[in-house]
Design a protein around this ligand. Structure first.
Ligand SMILES: *[C@@H]1O[C@H](CO)[C@@H](O)[C@H](O)[C@H]1NC(C)=O
Ligand SMILES: *[C@@H]1O[C@H](CO)[C@@H](O)[C@H](O)[C@H]1NC(C)=O
Ligand SMILES: *[C@@H]1O[C@H](CO)[C@@H](O)[C@H](O)[C@H]1NC(C)=O
Ligand SMILES: *[C@@H]1O[C@H](CO)[C@@H](O)[C@H](O)[C@H]1NC(C)=O
Ligand SMILES: *[C@@H]1O[C@H](CO)[C@@H](O)[C@H](O)[C@H]1NC(C)=O
Ligand SMILES: *[C@@H]1O[C@H](CO)[C@@H](O)[C@H](O)[C@H]1NC(C)=O
Ligand SMILES: *[C@@H]1O[C@H](CO)[C@@H](O)[C@H](O)[C@H]1NC(C)=O
Ligand SMILES: *[C@@H]1O[C@H](CO)[C@@H](O)[C@H](O)[C@H]1NC(C)=O
Ligand SMILES: *[C@@H]1O[C@H](CO)[C@@H](O)[C@H](O)[C@H]1NC(C)=O
Ligand SMILES: *[C@@H]1O[C@H](CO)[C@@H](O)[C@H](O)[C@H]1NC(C)=O
Ligand SMILES: *[C@@H]1O[C@H](CO)[C@@H](O)[C@H](O)[C@H]1NC(C)=O
Ligand SMILES: *[C@@H]1O[C@H](CO)[C@@H](O)[C@H](O)[C@H]1NC(C)=O
Length: 611
């Protein structure tokens, strides 16, 4: 990495680098850090906390005035380690007309602290997975907004429990308490009250007002067959009628903790016999020795070199969804990097893609309804192939019900889920070497469902390609990790006469490249690490005539001087570009941060009429 001259000066004068490799243990492994001994100070000392961000696009209804605002939860997470989640009662606001709901989370913290994982559940169903920024003595805060409309069936229920889990350790060293407020905002998109203040985002940019099929809250919602036919085409657009969590009992949070490949967490679920569509939504995060699973070398390398690290078992992981012992879907998760990861100075004040709102993953289970509509309990299971400790995984089963029928009939036609064909190639001599994994899978499922909409056959085809390479050079002090995940997934619905009713294609790619060089310092366990990181998330969706695309990418580079897990000094820059396009418009934000300060920040949006 070409270091600017100023940084080189720092390296020369501030850091006691040894010319020979004095450290007993090489330090080539991605790790997790705190900044409690160092943070980049803002010269313009102000009393206000610094704001942190995850770059994303505004919600489509951000400019509407909410018809109701419900401050639902407020809690200070101090020394909460080992405690059950904090809970509160939830009921929707009374006398409120709404079609859409968003969550607004605001968190503040000062002192020093590790980053922490957190989740919010409503009646045991997860609605947000998030992680925290690491605070500074001067204080940091951030706000997260998320569209919760897809959870409308839960949000309509009275007297249910909202739970928030955030295990934190507060002692003399780690002083940061996370103070957290959660508010639900309810919007009626059928009303005209648009805000005239602030960022006047064109509402028409997003698919909200395109059709008037948004579900209105009613005591006993009636979904007309007309709407259903149209809406069954898009997984994301119309909320399910019922959501059943595939989650734990809640004492330690509702997520399942998965520690090894053989852990399978099951839940028995009986679904209503008038279900005509089913989608399972997976929430997942990785921690401990698998926090950087994509950079874990095989155990043979660790053992042969007598390394202390437990971050091993190679670099392939896959979350598998089981139904009665058959695998019915899988996810290789986007590698979300928490704010203490790789180099924590990268994530000030712009956090990594997904860090404040981790993505969840949908798998259409409609082709399997034939196995589920017999009025009996079936086991839904979650596991993580090749996992080491630990993963936090749970899921929500979203079900759409036919209210014209007590029972719909269904049958699975085709099931093909071959095991992933992994090719692994390892070559190493002492600490230098190269490890490659490549895998591909094509899976195909289909089944028909005869409901009041007719006898429709759903075909799901999915292609997955996974490539990971880890290389060590310079006696193990330079490490290069490259990963590519590509998924293409096609959902076709046909009538019994063979007419194509709908076709949805989703393509997702998430490449990652990390290059890091380590120089041992003069004392045990101190070292200098220089790192470059590039990663992105690209998604293209098409459904009939409409399409959308998202390209979200980050490039970071910097150095840090580290003692054990504490950053002692360093410098970093992060550049991010976020572009979203659909038939109606275009939104883009390009932003840079250097040493904790936001630099260039350009936002643009256009409506397609002006494109
Ligand atoms: C401090 O504030 C001044 C005036 O607002 C600004 O020009 C300068 O860039 C700021 N410096 C830092 C380090 O924030
Ligand atoms: C409910 O809302 C309607 C219309 O805004 C209003 O007239 C009525 O008084 C409200 N009822 C209650 C119980 O708040
Ligand atoms: C939470 O809400 C309380 C009461 O409105 C407010 O005093 C506090 O500043 C809020 N905290 C955060 C982190 O938003
Ligand atoms: C956080 O800020 C408050 C108010 O300024 C202060 O009283 C408290 O000591 C700080 N906490 C830590 C852990 O620094
Ligand atoms: C963050 O959320 C808090 C609490 O809802 C709000 O008072 C504040 O204005 C928000 N800040 C920003 C920058 O949006
Ligand atoms: C919810 O609790 C309130 C107060 O206890 C009660 O009046 C109401 O009937 C309950 N609603 C349901 C749906 O159980
Ligand atoms: C929306 O605004 C138009 C024109 O101002 C008005 O005629 C119409 O009644 C309004 N609709 C609603 C639902 O308020
Ligand atoms: C398909 O469902 C419809 C609506 O319930 C029903 O009338 C019809 O008999 C079903 N077809 C078969 C072959 O069972
Ligand atoms: C490589 O690193 C190991 C462990 O740090 C050290 O023992 C060995 O001497 C180094 N080899 C060379 C050729 O520098
Ligand atoms: C539904 O359609 C499929 C494929 O066209 C056919 O095999 C099946 O028998 C039909 N089911 C009913 C109930 O008509
Ligand atoms: C899709 O495009 C075709 C050809 O341009 C057009 O005939 C059709 O009406 C469009 N369908 C929709 C739902 O817009
Ligand atoms: C802002 O953009 C200019 C021109 O592209 C570039 O030279 C500069 O380094 C950028 N600033 C930051 C903080 O990235």
């Amino acid at each position: 990495m070409p270091l600017p001259p100023l940084i080189l000066l720092y390296l020369i004068f501030l850091i006691p680098i040894c010319s020979s490799s004095a450290a007993a243990e090489p330090l080539p492994h991605q790790s997790h850090f705190t900044k409690h001994k160092f943070h980049i100070k803002n010269d313009n000392k102000s009393d206000s906390y610094q704001q942190y961000f995850e770059i994303t696009r505004p919600l489509p209804f951000d400019t509407l005035i909410p018809s109701c605002t419900l401050p639902v939860f407020s809690h200070d997470f101090d020394n909460t380690i080992g405690l059950p989640p904090a809970t509160t009662d939830y009921s929707p606001p009374t006398n409120c007309t709404w079609t859409h709901v968003s969550l607004h989370l605001s968190v503040a913290s000062n002192g020093s602290q590790y980053d922490r994982i957190a989740a919010v559940w409503l009646d045991g169903a997860e609605i947000l997975r998030t992680s925290t920024a690491e605070p500074t003595p001067d204080g940091v805060f951030w706000n997260v907004s998320k569209d919760l409309t897809r959870y409308s069936s839960l949000l309509r229920q009275e007297n249910i429990t909202l739970s928030v889990m955030l295990e934190n350790v507060v002692n003399d060293v780690y002083t940061g308490v996370y103070r957290l407020n959660l508010t639900f905002l309810y919007y009626d998109t059928d009303s005209n009250d648009t805000s005239s203040e602030g960022f006047n985002f064109p509402l028409s940019l997003f698919p909200l007002n395109r059709k008037s099929t948004v579900m209105k809250w009613e005591e006993n919602p009636v979904i007309s067959t007309m709407n259903r036919e149209e809406n069954s085409l898009d997984l994301y657009e119309n909320p399910a009628d019922l959501i059943i969590p595939v989650s734990g009992n809640g004492d330690e949070g509702f997520w399942f903790r998965i520690e090894k490949d053989s852990d399978v967490k099951y839940k028995g679920i009986q679904i209503p016999s008038n279900t005509y569509k089913a989608v399972i939504e997976i929430y997942v995060s990785f921690h401990g020795n698998d926090e950087f699973w994509y950079s874990n070398p095989p155990d043979s390398y660790i053992e042969m070199n007598n390394l202390e690290t437990k971050r091993g078992n190679g670099a392939y992981r896959e979350v598998l969804v089981m139904l009665n012992d058959n695998v019915v879907g899988s996810v290789i998760p986007f590698p979300v990097i928490f704010t203490g990861g790789i180099n924590p100075l990268f994530w000030e004040p712009i956090v990594s893609i997904g860090a404040f709102d981790l993505p969840s993953y949908d798998i259409d289970l409609t082709p399997f309804l034939g196995m589920l509509l017999d009025g009996k309990k079936h086991s839904f299971g979650l596991k993580v192939a090749d996992a080491i400790s630990f993963w936090l995984v749970d899921a929500n089963l979203h079900l759409w019900l036919d209210d014209n029928l007590k029972e719909v009939q269904a049958m699975a036609i085709e099931y093909s889920f071959p095991s992933i064909n992994l090719e692994r190639e390892s070559k190493f001599h002492e600490l230098d070497g190269s490890f490659e994994i490549e895998g591909k899978r094509k899976s195909e499922f289909s089944g028909w469902v005869n409901s009041s909409m007719g006898n429709l056959t759903t075909h799901v085809h999915k292609k997955l390609k996974f490539e990971n390479t880890i290389k060590f050079h310079n006696n193990g002090t330079q490490k290069v990790v490259k990963q590519q995940v590509k998924v293409k997934w096609e959902l076709r619905v046909e009538s019994d006469t063979g007419n194509l009713i709908s076709r949805t294609i989703v393509k997702r790619k998430y490449p990652l490249k990390i290059t890091s060089s380590t120089l041992a310092g003069s004392e045990k366990n101190n070292y200098l690490m220089i790192t470059n990181l590039e990663h992105s998330l690209t998604e293209e969706k098409s459904n009939g005539n409409s399409s959308s695309s998202l390209v979200n990418s980050q490039q970071s580079s910097g150095w840090m001087f580290v003692q054990d897990h504490d950053v002692l000094s360093g410098a970093a820059t992060t550049h991010q570009s976020y572009t979203y396009k659909d038939d109606i418009g275009y939104y883009s934000r390009i932003v840079s941060a250097a040493n904790g300060e936001l630099g260039n920040d350009t936002t643009s949006f256009l409506c397609s009429s002006s494109l």
